[in-house]
Design a binder for this molecule. Structure first.
Ligand code: SAH
Length: 231
């Protein structure tokens, strides 16, 4: 019996060490990649210290989960660089009462960061298998304020609109009109816009008194926005 307990302990110790190591890497990520580059919004910083990014990337990439880069997540898609996630979250100025729409669920990491801050996140993914896999992960992690919808995000989610904020994490050529319509007056949208798939402008869109105001924030590289296959 005693021997068996020792054996269990031996199995357990490396796991604690690994998770403590990830926690240290995560705190360093926030300090050196995010705070050092000027992100100040405390709820965003807290969320990024909390959400275990390594759980959102495939096993072969887990030890690079806190690096300063995007990573492949399968299906030809990527999880965004941590700094980009932080910047997009901060620019939306999310509040605890907000309802947010995300287009491009991918790994679910951005949705999880937002869900730590806001009241509810609706996130749409066009790749069915990826959306289903991420839905399972988010359920397992206890995110009952995130709803993953499989479909073409171009149309948005009229039945749950208007949204306080909309975040698009795939590159569009132009803003899909349904998304503009579903943004609350006084709301904010952040979206990468560009004709080229190599580089786009990250644009902050604000709606005020029915008018639309756009500000270019920075150059970014996102995977392309795709449309539902008609066959
Ligand atoms: N926010 C994600 C980043 C995902 S990459 C994360 O945190 O990991 C962009 C995602 O947008 C991909 O998964 C891609 O399949 C999805 N996508 C592309 N076009 C889409 C569309 N029209 N509707 C919904 N999702 C789309």
């Amino acid at each position: 019996m005693k021997l068996f307990l020792y054996f269990l302990l031996l199995l357990w110790i490396p796991q604690i060490a690994v998770s403590q190591n990830y926690e240290k890497l995560r705190h360093n990520m926030v300090l050196h990649q995010i705070e050092a580059r000027g992100i100040k919004h405390q709820p965003t910083l807290n969320a990024m210290r909390k959400v275990e990014r390594h759980l959102f990337v495939p096993a072969p990439y887990q030890d690079r989960a806190y690096d300063d880069s995007p990573l492949p997540i399968g299906y030809g898609q990527t999880i965004s660089q941590p700094f980009i996630v932080a910047m997009m979250t901060e620019m939306l100025e999310p509040k605890s009462t907000d309802r947010v729409l995300e287009i491009g669920t991918g790994s679910g990491y951005q949705a999880a960061v937002l869900a730590e801050i806001v009241n509810r996140v609706y996130t749409i993914e066009i790749v069915k298998e990826l959306g289903e896999k991420t839905r399972k992960l988010l359920n397992k992690l206890g995110y009952d304020n995130i709803e993953v919808i499989i479909g073409d995000g171009y149309k948005g989610l009229a039945e749950k609109s208007p949204f306080d904020a909309i975040i698009v994490t795939a590159a569009v050529k132009a803003i899909p009109p349904p998304l503009l319509k579903q943004l609350k007056d006084g709301g904010k949208m952040i979206i990468p816009i560009g004709a080229s798939s190599a580089v786009q402008n990250l644009v902050l869109v604000r709606k005020k008194g029915g008018k639309i105001y756009k500000t270019n924030l920075s150059k970014v590289r996102f995977v392309p926005f795709t449309r539902e296959r008609s066959n």
